[in-house]
Design a protein around this ligand. Structure first.
Ligand SMILES: [Zn+2]
Length: 328
């Protein structure tokens, strides 16, 4: 499977070349038609509430067709789960019961009657940032998405790192804690997502008797920030401050570790958490604390440029990679 960013860029920038990218999530499906560096048209719908295979595949196919999918416009679909190294089969799909171990790519292809590629959603996010976002022109970078869960993707030498079994780059499952239980799809302990994902923070807040508003605030207490919400007593509660403080440290430890292992050109942070006032500046300071020399000089922390469009670009790029290979 070709997952070379330079190939994507050359192919997508060829006059008249276009592809459909679909981001299939547990709650919504977002689809866009990518032409060159832009999404020409996009729309979203709630995911079929049954989350069953047949209606969801039909829904994705219909949305792709409405955007102009045809034999010259391949379709890339990113899914919230692990897929095999050949990008053919689903291994584990979170929140979609009965979707594990299926030849998903072929099933989508049969429904659409044309070329389809599948990719993991966090990996598609990383590919998208490399193709048209904050990592454009880079060959070595890491994308870490901090949201309800924590995901990511690693690009090394211009290629997505997929590992021996296709499931590399599960950055939310770096083990930085001890006994924190990870989600039902994982069942491990002490993973970053179980410590600092928005759901985990909300759970910790609840256990501390704090009101269930934390997830929506996404705020850090940076004295330079004049966001009026910072004076909200719900946010200035010392227990909230300490909760954020610990989370920030854990995320910083994770990023510093990635930098030490991978020596990337940049670490790109996506997801809702980074949008909190002052978050990126505070995080950067913490990362430096954990970095050793000479990484303090090479560290380059960036914010995602494409946000929720990143997986659309990445899925479209995956489609083009498969399409250009099969039409050769
Ligand atoms: Zn986990």
């Amino acid at each position: 499977m070709i997952l070379d960013i330079g190939t994507f860029e050359k192919t997508l920038n060829t006059e008249g070349v276009r592809a459909i990218g679909v981001d299939l999530g547990g709650h919504k499906v977002v689809a866009g038609r990518v032409e060159g560096n832009v999404i020409r048209e996009r729309f979203e719908e709630p995911t079929d509430p049954s989350r069953q295979l047949t209606p969801v595949i039909a829904q994705v196919a219909r949305m792709a067709r409405e955007l102009g999918a045809d034999k010259d416009t391949p379709v890339g679909i990113c899914i919230p789960g692990g897929i095999d190294a050949a990008r053919e089969r689903s291994l584990m799909v979170a929140n979609f019961e009965g979707w594990n171990g299926l030849p998903l790519r072929r099933m989508f292809e049969d429904e659409l009657g044309q070329c389809v590629a599948i990719e993991n959603d966090a990996n598609a996010y990383a590919l998208g940032e490399g193709f048209a976002g904050a990592a454009k022109g880079m060959t070595d970078y890491v994308v870490l998405t901090l949201g309800t869960g924590i995901g990511g993707g690693i690009v090394v030498g211009g290629r997505l790192l997929t590992g021996a079994h296709g499931i590399a780059g599960e950055l939310g499952h770096m083990v930085l804690g001890h006994d924190e239980p990870c989600g039902p799809g994982c069942r491990g302990f002490g993973h970053l997502e179980a410590m600092c994902g928005a759901d985990a923070l909300e759970r910790k807040a609840r256990e501390m008797g704090l009101p269930p508003v934390l997830k929506d605030l996404w705020l850090m207490r940076d004295p330079r920030v004049t966001d009026p919400r910072v004076t909200d007593p719900k946010v200035t509660d010392p227990r909230v401050v300490s909760l954020w403080d610990l989370a920030l440290n854990d995320i910083a430890r994770g990023i510093a570790t990635l930098v030490h292992i991978l020596d990337p050109q940049a670490v790109i942070v996506g997801g809702g958490l980074r949008k909190g006032a002052g978050f990126m500046e505070l995080l950067e300071g913490r990362i430096y604390r954990y970095l050793g020399e000479p990484f303090k000089q090479t560290m380059n922390l960036c914010s995602s440029a494409l946000d929720t469009d990143a997986p659309i670009f990445g899925a479209a790029a995956s489609a083009l990679a498969r399409w250009s290979r099969s039409s050769q």
